[in-house]
Design a protein around this ligand. Sequence first.
Ligand code: FES
Length: 155
Amino acid sequence: MALDDLYRELILDHYSHPRNRGEIPEPDIKVEGANPLCGDELSIYVKLTGTTISDVRFVGRGCSISQASASMMTEQIKGKTLEEARALSGRFKAMMHGEAVPEDELGDLMALQGVRKFPVRVKCATLSWVAVEQGMEEFEAGKGKVAAKATTERE
Ligand code: FES
């Protein structure tokens, strides 16, 4: 199977069977993300144990790219510290903006690199990441429970 087909299947699989979908009661971080270009929105819930992300879930509506990326995001950051998750988010966004990033640092997220050919869709792929980054930043700034909002304009 060609790599492009494999990546397409991976995106479709995350879209049709999203991982970690749902809400978390009493999250440490709740953030609502929106893409003003299309009106799509999602909410992300993060539970922390110390500074480690012990659980992360999302709900929302949007195109296949945004939903698949959110699903992959939850899988990738669960178990990471806030600092590690922010570093990964930076690498993912760099990759989506055309920078070369080692493949082994991104895993399944490499499947989204094809989206770079369609600049308007890059914000679909980064929606959940800019949102969770905003929530993590606000949490770290205030060191308390956070209800944040973010849009892809933050990118
Ligand atoms: Fe709205 Fe992709 S078209 S997030």
